[in-house]
Design a protein around this ligand. Structure first.
Ligand code: SF4
Ligand code: MG
Length: 334
């Protein structure tokens, strides 16, 4: 279907003042995305590649020192496309949580450690809805938890009394309480053990199938993407370098960086050490020239050092930014 959330040539940089000198961190560079209604879109890449910054820009949660330096983010609201840059603070505030919900990394940044969960829910509800009676807020919170298969008695707990996995679920439930059309989540499963991760992934899938909304999910964990995403965008040094439907991404990874990410995944019953990406991630303050992957790429050619490749479509919905593909050296027939 049509895009509900779109980024066009988006650039978002941090301007940091360090001992009187301005340091520019090019966290998001020329990103084009068209996220569709009802899909789960995964954004993958190593830590420090700009994933969290891209999410903030998509969620209209840009605050200094982060700045939009070019391009735009658009939402489709009730059939009309609106440019986020044209919205007032008040309009953004109204869209937040009711139209678009942003779940930041780390549940403790959302839950108040000294308040019972029910009070956090009540404050949230009162600040977003015209609910004045405590009991209404409580009923809304309780019904929503039941709807998502979570025990309503957790409303009486303090955050520290819940496990990390349950806290994360409570955070997701809170973010989805007002039935936003788009949910944007930053590393919702990170720091949880594998079994607990599965529960959180299942909850996100339940949310998506119940609310029929769109989820954009950032995680460095390709295993999580394999389990939840419909499509995946691979991010490297602030840029999306490959995009494909999930099955296709795992069966025909085409960008050399994606190939490393996928071959480094542990495989069931296979004890041979996995290949990790050689070298270290680039600095976003001083990204390499040309294709930013060239210092780590085993296939790098002269042109890779000079020029950034454009996107080449290699199959329906599958595009890759790599000179090997652009020049037809490989990937075309795959
Ligand atoms: Fe490697 Fe060149 Fe492709 Fe970049 S453009 S991934 S350096 S082959
Ligand atoms: Mg991050």
């Amino acid at each position: 279907g049509d895009a509900i959330l779109r980024a066009e040539a988006l650039r978002a940089f941090y301007a940091l003042d360090i001992y009187g000198k301005t340091k520019i961190i090019k966290a998001v560079h020329d990103v084009d995305l068209a996220i569709r209604e009802n899909e789960i879109y995964g954004i993958a890449g190593e830590s420090g590649c700009g994933k969290s910054t891209l999410l903030k820009a998509l969620a209209a949660a840009v605050e200094p020192p982060l700045r939009i330096m070019g391009g735009k983010v658009c939402y489709r609201v009730n059939g009309a496309e609106i440019d986020v840059a044209a919205l007032s603070q008040e309009e953004k505030r109204r869209l937040r949580m009711t139209y678009i919900a942003y779940v930041p990394q780390g549940s403790m940044s959302v839950l108040n450690p000294v308040a019972r969960i029910r009070d956090t829910y009540r404050d949230f509800i009162e600040s977003h809805l015209d609910v004045h009676q405590k009991s209404d807020a409580f009923i809304l919170a309780r019904d929503h938890l039941i709807e998502l298969g979570l025990p309503p008695k957790i409303l009486d707990a303090y955050p520290h009394q819940l496990s990390g996995g349950m806290r994360q679920r409570v955070t997701i439930a809170l973010a989805t309480l007002l039935k936003p059309r788009i949910i944007i989540g930053d590393e919702p499963t990170t720091a949880l053990d594998v079994v607990v991760q599965r529960g959180v992934v299942q909850l996100l899938r339940d949310v998506q199938s119940r609310l029929k909304n769109t989820i954009v999910l950032v995680t460095h964990d390709m295993g999580v993407h394999a389990n939840i995403a419909d499509r995946i965008g691979i991010m490297y040094a602030g840029r999306i370098v490959e995009e494909a439907p999930t099955e296709r991404m795992f069966s025909v990874p085409t960008h050399p960086y994606t190939q490393y990410l996928i071959s480094s995944l542990p495989r069931f019953g296979d004890k041979t050490p996995r290949e990790s990406v050689p070298g270290s991630p680039p600095s976003l303050a001083n990204p390499p020239s040309g294709c930013p992957f060239h210092p780590r790429c085993p296939h790098a050619m002269e042109i890779c050092k000079r020029e950034m490749p454009g996107f080449t479509p290699v199959a329906p919905d599958h595009r890759v930014a790599c000179w090997l593909v652009e020049e037809g050296s490989y990937g075309k027939a795959a």
